[in-house]
Design a protein around this ligand. Structure first.
Ligand SMILES: *[C@@H]1O[C@H](CO)[C@@H](O)[C@H](O)[C@H]1NC(C)=O
Length: 279
């Protein structure tokens, strides 16, 4: 699964960078693919090594490092909010699309997303940067997970819940409400369209994005809100695998299989490499 994820996402990055006619939405997509590669690389290689060596300890420093990168790249999936905004501009302001989503604006949105992720990761570090809490502690997971570490750092349930809900609100609620607002506008303008072909085209553009959003936010919210790690370690580990491994793996397939632009770009790329090698 790790190899499929890395290769699939690399293929998307390659396709987008080689075929320049794809519009700016695909820049966000290739950034998302890059974030997905990094996201899965923070947990899975380490897990595979641990399984091979039967080693189950991790030093405090590597744990904090893993957790920080996990948070940064996990939060980079908020690029999906940026993509929702892009769909909104494409559908509601079609004639001004090229003016609004120019290169600087796109770069700014990606940068904003990155800074937001950095803030998220540093805020979490603030709560657990005290090595004395973590002497010989055990977490029931295959990587250093934020929520479990916060549980260990602040055994006080009340403070703990406040921290979780505060950061959850800022870093989960804001992007999701952005997506909901964009889709509200998109759907109301689609319903106003006069012809059914236009409607169908607009819906199918948004379909793959919506599927991705549901998959990612569904599993991540599910694992954080409803998994009681202390009572169901096994079930929550399965939920964590879905969230950290399956979602980044499915991203490239959902986009490339359902998307005509990407499919034709892949064909162009394929023809180009074939004719190149025959020369
Ligand atoms: C990410 O987005 C920026 C700004 O749109 C773009 O310049 C850059 O090439 C993208 N990175 C990747 C890996 O596609």
């Amino acid at each position: 699964m790790y190899l499929i994820t890395v290769l699939g996402n690399l293929l998307i990055i390659l396709t987008v960078s080689c075929v320049s006619h794809l519009h700016t939405l695909y820049l966000f997509l290739s950034n998302l693919s890059f974030a997905d590669i990094c996201f899965i690389s923070t947990t899975v290689p380490n897990m595979i090594v641990n399984i091979q060596t039967h080693k189950r300890v991790i030093s405090y420093e590597s744990c904090v490092t893993q957790m920080s990168f996990f948070a940064i790249f996990g939060c980079m999936d908020d690029l999906m909010t940026v993509m929702a905004y892009d769909h909104y501009v494409a559908i509601c302001y079609l004639l001004n699309y090229m003016v609004i989503m120019n290169t600087q604006h796109c770069a700014f949105l990606v940068l904003l997303c990155f800074l937001f992720s950095l803030l998220d990761s540093q805020l979490h570090n603030l709560f657990i940067l005290n090595p004395s809490y973590f002497k010989d502690v055990e977490i029931s997971n295959f990587f250093c997970d934020l929520s479990q570490l916060i549980n260990l750092a602040c055994p006080d349930m009340f403070a703990n819940n406040i921290i979780m809900y505060f950061t959850g609100t800022i870093f989960g609620f804001l992007p999701i409400s952005g997506i909901i607002c964009s889709y509200y506008e998109i759907i109301s303008s689609i319903l106003k369209m006069p012809n059914t072909r236009g409607k169908y085209k607009a819906f199918s553009t948004c379909g793959s994005h919506l599927l991705l959003v549901c998959l990612f936010y569904g599993t991540s919210l599910g694992t954080y809100l409803f998994s009681d790690v202390s009572s169901f370690p096994r079930e929550s580990a399965v939920a964590f695998v879905i969230y950290t491994v399956v979602t980044p793996m499915l991203n490239p397939f959902i986009y490339s299989l359902r998307n005509r632009d990407i499919r034709s770009a892949l064909r162009i790329l394929y023809n180009r490499t074939c004719s190149g090698s025959s020369i």
